[in-house]
Design a protein around this ligand. Structure first.
Ligand SMILES: *Cc1c(COP(=O)(O)O)cnc(C)c1O
Length: 376
């Protein structure tokens, strides 16, 4: 929570649940990444929060952008950033979208299969491609394991195929899993990428780039290491595995760039029990899984929640959203400690909600409006 967000909520008193993002925090986060990894280009993962104000700020700060779709590419171009600052990082693209991106000037694309390489070779001839390798996501609170990437042996085949079809076999990428608490998590993937670099070099293909993805954490309830600790560990791994031939590097922070820049203001709608003798209260908020808090799925992300009674005695609650879907429960397996003095109508502040909230909100499930957002 920053003073600017506190002042905004006090002065504007916005009605209904809403996200407020402080651009000063986004700017500081960008500078922290740029300073900690001065030889690495930062590609902000647009999907974390594509608010135009955030994209404009990052564009003028010098960031590049990781986009997953044509609309995301259009949003980035609308800031005035040129297409050479865009990576089309989704490994699952329609061929006509590849062609459209190519037409718009995008020359850097992700692949993880021979089938996708075929599409890129036809629709974006000569473009630079990097192949994503699988990562197990161990240590991450929001692992992205199986869906993207291929095993290292297959990455060799994929990049050789790209080279054969006239594409520029440019490098490799991986993602260690989102909200990665282990600063060493990049090491195994970097070892694997350096082995692929050597194998392909022996076959006459010189890769030049390693895209080290996102995974940098936002601050939720648990303490997390600072960006400098990640940078130190990553630099050590780069030196260990690439010696004095360190390739170009890219990172794609999403959560770590905007997560802790946002706070959601919400309201307690009901506090009740299921039986007189129940110890655990049910607390229903006016925001839930369908209003933007989808990352509470499996209780993966545990947001810090502030109330006006935080000094008071606390007791465990089941926390739930307002919709008529029984999946709309945020924390139940591990109940959430909230003040016993919390009452219906109280405001609560959900911190660390700048990433993966507004775009995860349903359009109007049960008639609840999508999450409103103010970027200040
Ligand atoms: C989502 C995504 C990111 C951002 O990950 P964070 O953990 O939020 O930093 C980066 N790269 C790719 C390819 C992604 O899909």
């Amino acid at each position: 929570m920053t003073d600017r967000i506190r002042d905004f909520l006090r002065d504007r008193r916005p009605e209904g649940p809403c996200l407020v993002v402080d651009l000063d925090v986004v700017r500081e986060n960008f500078q922290a990444f740029a300073r900690a990894l001065p030889d690495t280009r930062v590609f902000y993962a647009v999907k974390a929060n594509p608010a135009p104000e955030i994209l404009n700020l990052l564009a003028s700060a010098g960031s590049s952008f990781d986009c997953a779709s044509i609309p995301e590419i259009e949003m980035v171009l609308a800031t005035g950033a040129t297409a050479d600052r865009i990576s089309f990082g989704n490994t699952i693209k329609k061929e006509r979208d590849i062609a459209r991106a190519f037409q718009m000037g995008v020359r850097l694309l992700a692949v993880d299969s021979v089938e996708e390489v075929e599409k890129v070779a036809r629709a974006a001839p000569g473009a630079k491609v990097f192949c994503r390798i699988l990562c197990d996501g161990a240590g991450a609170e929001w692992p992205l394991s199986r869906k993207f990437g291929c095993v290292p042996e297959m990455a060799i085949t994929v990049l050789e195929h790209a080279h054969r079809l006239g594409l520029d076999a440019y490098g490799l990428s991986f993602h260690v899993g989102s909200q990665q608490a282990n600063t060493q998590a990049w090491d195994a993937a970097l070892a694997s990428t350096s082995a692929i670099f050597r194998t392909l070099s022996d076959r006459g293909i010189q890769l030049r780039m390693v895209n080290m993805g996102g995974g940098f954490p936002a601050k939720y309830l648990k303490k997390v290491p600072v960006v400098q600790a990640y940078a130190k560990s990553i630099n050590e791994s780069l030196r260990r595995h690439f010696g004095n031939r360190i390739p170009e590097t890219i990172i794609e922070p999403g959560r770590g760039m905007v997560g802790d820049a946002g706070v959601i203001k919400a309201e307690v709608v009901l506090i009740s029990r299921k039986a007189e003798e129940d110890q655990v209260r049910w607390v229903y908020l006016d925001i839930g899984k369908f209003g933007g808090l989808a990352e509470t799925m499996d209780e993966a992300i545990r947001y810090p929640i502030r109330t006006e009674h935080d000094g008071d005695e606390k007791a465990p609650c089941v926390l739930a959203g307002p919709t008529c879907d029984s999946a709309d429960v945020l924390y139940e397996k591990t109940p959430y400690e909230l003040p016993v003095s919390l009452s219906i109508g109280d405001e609560v502040l959900i911190e660390g909600t700048g990433a993966y909230t507004t775009t995860y909100a349903a359009v109007a499930f049960n008639g609840f409006a999508p999450l409103k957002s103010y970027v200040i």
